[in-house]
Design a binder for this molecule. Sequence first.
Ligand code: SF4
Length: 82
Amino acid sequence: MQIKIQRDLCVGTTACVDQAPDTYELGSDSIVKIKDGFDLTKASEEQKLKLIEGAKSCPVKALVIIDDEGKQVWPEPDKKAA
Ligand code: SF4
């Protein structure tokens, strides 16, 4: 799993941080970033679920989740384009 942060979209609402405080935090520029010291390769299943919930809570869909096969799972890809 990978997380891509689209920094140009983030408006600093902290909705994702509220959902997954182990994973996300706001940087000094008020844009979200992966928390210092968080290692996604060592994340528990619970932490992964929370970071996905955090991505889903984002009002501007600034957080993109990619699965281990490289497929985007959130935001859901446009089904018409498939
Ligand atoms: S929920 Fe979205 S807009 Fe709010 S801090 Fe997180 S990434 Fe940024």
